[in-house]
Ligand binder design. Structure first.
Ligand code: NDP
Length: 280
């Protein structure tokens, strides 16, 4: 049987470490504050925002909630971000995505002070990751790295294949694995013979956004399989990009859905907030 990588337990451990750190900072008079902006009331976004507020409360991070109406203009949103950038007591700014169609997401991300960009989406932070400088790293790939490290999985020298090249998962994941001295291949919808490429992987990260697409035909015997996907199947049950029942028997370690990568994203957001609180 493979090692089941327990994202629930690892994320809880990280949150407890952060809680302790925030407690120590508080004794020194340092408070940490995250501003969370939501535009419109998309139900999924409301759930994510609610979970982020809950995690902040658990760790001892103050959270400021800005719930703006759907018809908020880009100028109004940029003005609010400008005000929060200027506020010393606000350490992190998070704008919940997706935004309504009339707002340019790129312009909003670029408006956030890179030192408060706890999502790690600002081009300055992405560039820093690319050239190996300190900066905020996108939370989902940062969480995957923690899952691997805390499960004792060696990355250096390993063949790593990332399926998906999005700006928030695939690309930063590839850069992080490269930083850890993996030999990295990034694949996408135009990749030829994806099964053969994926089968080279010692560590396979599936961030493809297609329910249960990754069957054992894509997986080398003994590989570590990380499933980033989150979908609801026909019975309203959660599933990933990986066909877990098919793949688990042949791999050495695997993340389940739910309880694998999912809980790590918020834990790493909290990590980034605490880091933001330490920036002078
Ligand atoms: P995107 O839709 O932005 O990117 C999907 C990527 O997969 C693209 O690069 C696309 O290629 C590639 N792709 C799509 N179809 C194929 C195919 N048939 N063969 C090969 N490559 C393909 O998704 P995200 O990166 O945002 O998210 C990926 C998954 O992870 C989703 O299920 C999402 O819900 C989940 N997710 C989970 C998070 C968590 O906290 N656990 C956080 C973020 C996302 P191309 O570029 O050529 O179009």
């Amino acid at each position: 049987m493979p090692q089941i990588i327990d994202g629930k337990a690892i994320s809880a451990q990280i949150k407890d470490e952060l809680k302790e750190k925030v407690g120590t900072l508080k004794e020194k008079g340092v408070r940490i504050c995250l501003a969370v902006i939501q535009v419109g009331n998309d139900p999924a976004s409301s759930v994510y925002v609610g979970n982020k507020k809950k995690a902040c409360a658990y760790i001892g991070i103050e959270s400021l909630a800005y719930e703006l109406p759907e018809e908020t203009t880009q100028e109004e949103l940029l003005r609010l971000i400008g005000e929060l950038n200027a506020k010393k007591e606000v350490n992190g700014i998070l704008v919940q995505l997706p935004l309504p169609d009339h707002i340019d997401e790129g312009a909003v991300i670029r408006a956030i002070d890179p030192k408060k960009d706890v999502d790690g989406f600002h081009p300055q932070n992405v560039g820093a990751l690319c050239i190996g400088q300190p900066g905020f790293v996108s939370c989902t790939p940062a969480g995957i790295l923690q899952l691997l490290k805390r499960s004792g999985i060696e990355i250096a020298g390993k063949e790593c294949v990332v399926i998906g090249r999005s700006n928030i998962v695939g690309k930063p994941m590839a850069l992080l694995l490269l930083r850890e001295n993996g030999t990295v291949t990034v694949t996408h919808s135009k990749t030829k013979d994806l099964k053969a490429v994926a089968k080279r992987a010692d560590i396979l990260v599936a961030a493809v956004g297609r329910p249960k697409m990754i069957t054992r035909d894509y997986v080398k015997e003994g590989a570590v399989v990380i499933d980033v996907g989150i979908h609801r199947n026909e019975n309203n049950k959660l599933c990933g990009d990986v066909d877990y029942d098919d793949v688990a028997p042949i791999c050495s370690a695997i993340t389940p859905v739910p309880g694998g990568v999912g809980p790590m994203t918020i834990a790493m957001l909290m990590y980034n907030c605490v880091e933001a609180g330490n920036i002078k």
